[in-house]
Design a protein around this ligand. Structure first.
Ligand code: SF4
Ligand code: SF4
Length: 439
């Protein structure tokens, strides 16, 4: 076999050697100055006889590839396979476009309606029809809002009917909730109906959380949510609860206080994981309050500090990946689900969207669910038509495996490319990762 160096290697010279990161395999290596010349020889001419062990490791990590492999075609194939995968149907259901909280950073345009029985039935029909047509292998459904638990009884009825229909499929059901109404009894009903994955959002300690997340009659929602989680923990059943902690700038000691409290109750229970997300001022976010927003660089540092604090500095790769916390990005087959053909966000009123940010805004709706099918607005199907492989800049880009063209919405709305990664940014992350690995 003859070899070549991968077109997706990024090299960064550092004082103590050379860093290499491959955007296709995600592999990252530090080459010390002592062996640098040996490595350079292999990279400059992979086909001369050299150190076979080094070559083997470089092949396994895709820094070197078979000369006949077309690396661009390989990722393009992965992209199209995912984009047009007809065997999987993914639905995000806005089962309630109403909420018991009123968080200042929420981007959903709330309409104060719950999904009606009629819309749930249309969705069931749509699933059956899609299955008849495509012979589905996998169904993923997430219950979203507003606050999905405001429509609890119909959610359960829907799940019961759905489970009867799809006995032979791989199914993943999940729910993102504020946790306020998530009593042990309701939670158990979801488990009985195969919904086992939950995301509950908490905004820091009692004080920071309560200042942002409250109901008209309860200014201590932290207490209710925390108590709900503690009583759920008593259940001897299988489930996953991801606690998403939104954090703002300048409240460090309050987040640390929360981490210690949470650690005391949940650290040894692997059904609970925690991850930290900065509240940033993206241009899509509707802020009217003067609250402490995070800047990108500080936000990343804080995520790392909080995560390490909670997990006691354990830096296991699998755990960090599970926490959506990769230091260097890993290959993806698409940037976000909006570009997938078989992905739909269905509003409480049956309107269909593709992008989270556009939920509730009829101007962006791509269609409407009717008798078991979707009636498309054909001038709105940009998301399905989009492909980074139609764009020469993306085709040539070294970031393509980790980006796949980035946010489709930005690409639709702006003339300038909103590249999520830059070479400079990646090189800085490589240096940072190297620095913390040797600390
Ligand atoms: S969007 Fe930008 S970073 Fe992403 S592949 Fe295209 S050119 Fe590269
Ligand atoms: S298209 Fe862009 S804005 Fe919309 S969900 Fe995807 S990444 Fe987010």
């Amino acid at each position: 076999m003859t070899y070549k160096t991968s077109r997706y290697n990024i090299y960064k010279k550092v004082d103590d050697g050379l860093l290499i990161y491959n955007t296709y395999s995600g592999a990252f290596v530090h080459i010390s100055n002592e062996i640098l010349n040996k490595i350079k020889k292999v990279l400059n001419n992979p086909n001369i006889s050299g150190d076979l062990d080094i070559k083997k490791i470089f092949m396994e990590n895709k820094f070197l590839v078979d000369k006949n492999i077309n690396e661009l075609e390989r990722i393009k194939e992965d992209y199209y396979k995912e984009k047009f995968n007809e065997k999987r149907l993914t639905l995000m259901l806005l089962v309630s476009e109403s909420c018991n909280f009123s968080c200042p950073y929420c981007y959903i345009n709330k309409k104060n309606i719950n999904m009606s029985r009629e819309i749930y039935n249309l969705i069931l029909k749509f699933i059956s029809n899609t299955d008849r047509k495509n012979n589905l292998k996998e169904i993923r459904i997430s219950f979203f809002g507003g606050e999905p638990l405001l429509n609890h009884n119909l959610n359960i009825l829907f799940l019961k009917e759905l489970n009867k229909k799809i006995t032979d499929k791989t199914k993943t059901f999940s729910m993102a909730t504020n946790g306020y109404l998530l009593t042990k009894e309701r939670f158990s009903e979801y488990l009985d109906n195969e919904l086992k994955n939950f995301q509950v959002t908490i905004d820091g300690n009692r004080e920071t959380h309560n200042s942002l997340r409250y109901t008209p009659t309860d200014k201590d929602t932290f207490k209710t949510i925390f108590n709900n989680l503690i009583s759920i923990k008593q259940l001897d059943r299988e489930f996953n609860i991801t606690i998403r902690v939104n954090f703002m700038d300048g409240e460090d000691e309050k987040y640390i206080e929360f981490i210690n409290k949470f650690k005391k109750e949940f650290k040894d229970d692997e059904r609970f994981i925690i991850y930290f997300r900065p509240i940033m001022n993206y241009k899509t976010t509707k802020f009217n309050n003067n609250i402490g927003l995070c800047l990108k660089k500080d936000a990343e540092d804080k995520r790392l500090i909080y995560t390490k604090k909670f997990y006691n500095g354990k830096r296991k790769k699998e755990l960090l990946t599970k926490l959506n916390f990769d230091f260097l990005p890993v290959k993806k087959n698409y940037w976000c689900e909006a570009c997938l053909k078989n992905y739909y966000i269905i509003g409480a009123d049956g309107m269909i969207y593709k992008c989270n940010i556009e939920i509730g805004d009829k101007k962006y709706s791509i269609g409407k669910i009717t008798e078991g099918k979707i009636i498309y607005n054909f001038d709105k199907i940009y998301f399905e038509d989009f492909s980074p492989y139609d764009n020469e800049e993306c085709r040539r880009c070294i970031m393509l495996p980790i980006c796949q063209g980035g946010c489709v919405r930005s690409s639709r709305d702006s003339n300038i490319k909103n590249c999520p990664y830059t070479l400079k940014g990646i090189e800085e992350t490589m240096e940072y990762y190297h620095k913390i690995s040797i600390e």
